[in-house]
Design a protein around this ligand. Sequence first.
Ligand code: URA
Ligand code: CA
Length: 431
Amino acid sequence: MYDIIEKKRDGQALTTEEINYFINSYTNGEIPDYQVSALLMAIYFQDMNNEERAQITKAMVESGDQIDLSDIAGIKVDKHSTGGVGDTTTLILAPLVASVGVPVAKMSGRGLGHTGGTIDKLEAVPGFHVEINNNEFIDLVNKNKVAVVGQSGNLTPADKKLYGLRDVTATVNSIPLIASSIMSKKIASGADAIVLDVKTGAGAFMKELKDAKALAEAMVTIGNKVGRNTMAVISDMSQPLGNAIGNALEVHEAIQTLQGNGPDDLTELCLTLGSQMVVLANKAETLEEARLKLQDNLNNGKALEQFKVFLKSQGGDTTVVDHPDSLPQATYKVELPAKTSGSVANIIADDIGTAAMMLGAGRATKESTIDLAVGIVLHKKIGDTVDAGEPLLTIHSNSEEVEEVKEKLYKSISITKEAVEAPTLIYDTVT
Ligand code: URA
Ligand code: CA
């Protein structure tokens, strides 16, 4: 291990054997944290070439279970977002692309953050559950084209251990380490092809476009090198996506979007990512053809019908689709009036997420419980004009005391006298 650290410290590339040795021995507890910490810091400063990046990803994939989806007919395409505020795309994309014949075998998590993960959101639908075994999961995808299951316990243990160490040694923020960490989990989950949504802006992991682009390129290169057709879209996360931030609120927003009545930005991002998924799954020859198919199924009700079939097959009460009032509702709905007239210049995604968290929409620690009903619904987005007194948003709270949340929200939204352009939604695609 000393020699490997020294080699990377001096800027040399590690061999496949060296990478496998360090990942396997560390996973098995045979190398102390202090040596791996030193190697991580050397990687942070010296980087890894594309070959090393692919090798470390493979080694992490092989450190634990790998999901075998080969009993599902067709090309399985997965989507992964690097995370943002109010990102409801998975709830929409899963039934939407399934409705044009793309098999969606989704492994999802709960996770920490401003709101719950995809599974928490879906659990706002009474009765919905993800406690299905592997065979049931595969049967459901073959029958209905879409199912969601919780993450297996022993996926990429090397990544879990390394991430824990990176977190306390200031080595999280490294492109080769982030890219291999994310890709190892996606590859171990068994998809044949992967569409990545790499976010940029205030609410994103990568705040700067150039960093988001470097991460996207790194992940796409790794995916293609290990034999999974991979592409990335770089999308905006300066303000929250769509209007709803909160678990049941986002389910409601997903239903509206599947009915063709969703917010413009959320709908557009779903059509962009969805078209890429449909093409990678060989269900359309061009992005234009794919988009038309998806748009048709939003208009003709097939995407919504697919959502009902999906919910029902996992125990969910489908009446929520036609009667969203039967989703969990917060006791208090408090509007936040604009203090001045003008154009909305900024809605800082991160801070809106923190406000949703203060209301109880997300988990701060693994042990926290989530309030599925609470959250925020924006009525204005960047570029919209607003009159003084007009509501900027509605707070959905189960506590009468929302003064602190209001204060946080006022600080995260700015209004200016000048006209403001809406931010670009899609910055780039990387193939
Ligand atoms: N998300 C991950 O899964 N891994 C990282 O390293 C960073 C963000
Ligand atoms: Ca949203």
